[in-house]
Design a protein around this ligand. Structure first.
Ligand code: CU
Length: 148
């Protein structure tokens, strides 16, 4: 009798453990399926090479990005603020146009010179309120000529 009851308890425990494992696995699968790009908390350089920049009142996050010269840069701008914003990098001809609340847009460009360049929200009053950032273009390590 006693033994049978113990066995029953053991079985219950293992199925509870299985259920817990299933929940963890499901969470993992969901996390992978949703991907980083749909995560509203995602910022900066993503595993796929895209740089996510978020605009709010009145700031960009990240405020500074570093990118390699002569290589295509892909920026996804997301307006997570409560008014319209845009993203402009005049030096490289980048302009998302005014973006509605909650919208996002991907822009691509290839910087051809190194240095520091302004990134702004061009909506009147926004740069003055602090909606500015910096794009730092650096020499690409992959383009350093080989020795000899
Ligand atoms: Cu703005």
């Amino acid at each position: 009798m006693g033994q049978a009851r113990r066995q029953l308890k053991t079985q219950w425990l293992s199925s509870a453990r299985l259920a817990a494992l299933a929940v963890v696995l499901l969470a993992l699968v969901l996390a992978v399926a949703c991907g980083n790009n749909n995560d509203l908390g995602a910022r900066g350089l993503q595993p796929d090479g895209t740089i996510i920049i978020v605009g709010t009142e009145f700031a960009f996050e990240p405020e500074t990005i570093e990118i390699p010269v002569n290589e295509e840069t892909v920026i996804e701008f997301r307006n997570l603020g409560t008014v319209d914003h845009d993203l402009v990098i005049e030096e490289f001809g980048v302009a998302t146009g005014s973006m509605r609340i909650g919208s996002k847009k991907t822009v691509r460009f290839t910087p051809t010179e190194t240095g520091e360049f302004d990134l702004i929200c061009s909506i009147p009053g926004h740069p003055e309120a602090g909606m500015t950032g910096t794009v730092i273009v650096v020499e690409s390590p992959t383009q350093t000529p080989a020795q000899g």
